[in-house]
Design a protein around this ligand. Structure first.
Ligand SMILES: Nc1ncnc2c1ncn2[C@@H]1O[C@H](COP(=O)(O)OP(=O)(O)OP(=O)(O)O)[C@@H](O)[C@H]1O
Length: 272
C-alpha cells in the first residue's frame, strides 16, 4: 500500500496566537494547538464557530491571518505545500458534464501533466475511485450522482496526489449512516495504513468518537483538545457531547470566551 509520508517528527500543523479577522470581526482568537502526524484529528464545534475559517487558514486560502501557523514544516500558504495537502470544501467541486473517471482524469492531468506520466495518472485514478468506493459508478456523469456520491468524487480528487495532510470540511454531511461508517473506515485506513494526517471537521458530536484526537471549538476559540477518552474522563462525562457542554459551562463560569452571540450571526454565504 502506498505510504503517504508518515513522519514521527514534528506535528503536521502547529499554531500559536493564530488570529483571523473577517468583516472587521475577530473570528479566530489567538488559537494555540497542534495536529499530530498520522492521526485523525476531529475539529468539532457548533455551526459558525470558525471551523471552516481555520481549515482555510491551514490550506493557505484565508486572508487576514496573523500569528504563527506552520504546516508540514513550512508557513501556511507556502506554494511548495500545495501538492502535499488535499482539501475538500463543503461544496463538491466536480464537473457535472463529465463522468466520475473523466473528472479524475482531468484533475490528474493538472497534477501530473505530460505523456510520460500517463501510466501513473491511470494508476492513481483507478486507486482513488476504489478508495471512495465509486468503481461501479466510474462511468456515470457526475451530474447524475447523489449528493453523497458527488462529495466522494471531491474526496477522490483530494486523494489523487497521495497528500500527506488531508483537510476535510464536514465530509459526512448529508450522508446516510452506512456511507458515513464507510467513509470513516477509509479515513482510518488512510491514517493507519498510509500514514496520512487527517483534519476532519464536523458539527455532529457523535463523530468525535471516531477520531484519535479532538479539537473542540466554540466562538472562535479552542475550548479543549485531547483524545476523546481523556476529554470524557477529565469532565466526568459519558459522551464527548456531554464533555463539550461541561466545558462550555466551565468556560462561562471562569468568565473566559465569548463575544455577544448576536455579533456572530453573519450568514456564512457572505464569507466566500
Ligand atoms: N466575510 C465575513 N465577514 C464577517 N464574518 C464572517 C465572514 N465569513 C464568515 N464570517 C463569520 O465567521 C465565523 C466563522 O465562520 P466559519 O464558516 O468558519 O464557521 P464554521 O464553524 O465552519 O461554520 P459551519 O459549520 O456552519 O460551516 C461565523 O460566525 C461567520 O458568521
Amino acid at each position: 500500500m502506498m505510504n503517504y509520508g508518515r513522519d514521527p517528527g514534528d506535528p503536521a500543523v502547529q499554531a500559536h496566537d493564530l488570529t483571523v479577522a473577517r468583516g472587521g470581526r475577530t473570528v479566530l482568537d489567538a488559537l494555540a494547538f497542534d495536529v499530530p502526524r498520522g492521526r485523525i484529528t476531529g475539529l468539532l464545534g457548533p455551526s459558525g464557530c470558525g471551523k471552516s475559517t481555520l481549515m482555510r487558514a491551514i490550506v493557505g486560502t484565508q486572508a487576514k491571518v496573523t500569528g504563527t501557523l506552520d504546516v508540514l514544516g513550512r508557513p501556511a500558504g507556502d506554494p511548495r505545500l500545495r501538492p502535499r495537502i488535499g482539501y475538500v470544501t463543503q461544496d463538491p467541486s466536480v464537473y457535472d458534464d463529465l463522468t466520475v473517471r473523466q473528472n479524475l482524469d482531468y484533475f490528474a492531468a493538472v497534477l501530473h501533466p505530460g505523456r510520460a506520466s500517463r501510466a501513473r495518472r491511470r494508476e492513481s485514478v483507478t486507486r482513488v475511485i476504489e478508495d471512495v468506493d465509486l468503481t461501479a459508478r466510474a462511468d456515470a456523469l457526475a451530474g447524475n450522482l447523489s449528493g453523497g456520491q458527488r462529495s466522494r468524487v471531491s474526496l477522490a480528487v483530494a486523494l489523487l496526489g497521495a497528500p500527506e495532510l488531508l483537510v476535510l470540511d464536514e465530509p459526512t454531511v448529508g450522508l446516510d449512516p452506512v456511507l458515513r461508517r464507510d467513509l470513516w473506515q477509509l479515513f482510518h485506513t488512510l491514517a493507519t495504513d498510509r500514514g496520512a494526517t487527517l483534519l476532519v471537521s464536523s458539527h455532529v458530536m457523535d463523530e468525535a468518537e471516531r477520531c484519535h484526537r479532538l479539537l473542540l471549538m466554540r466562538e472562535g476559540r479552542i475550548l479543549a483538545d485531547g483524545a476523546p477518552d481523556a476529554l470524557r474522563d477529565r469532565t466526568g462525562s459519558p459522551t464527548v457531547e456531554a464533555a463539550f457542554l461541561h466545558l462550555v459551562d466551565e468556560a462561562g463560569a471562569t468568565g473566559r470566551p465569548a463575544e455577544p452571540a448576536a455579533a456572530r450571526t453573519t450568514p456564512k454565504e457572505s464569507a466566500r
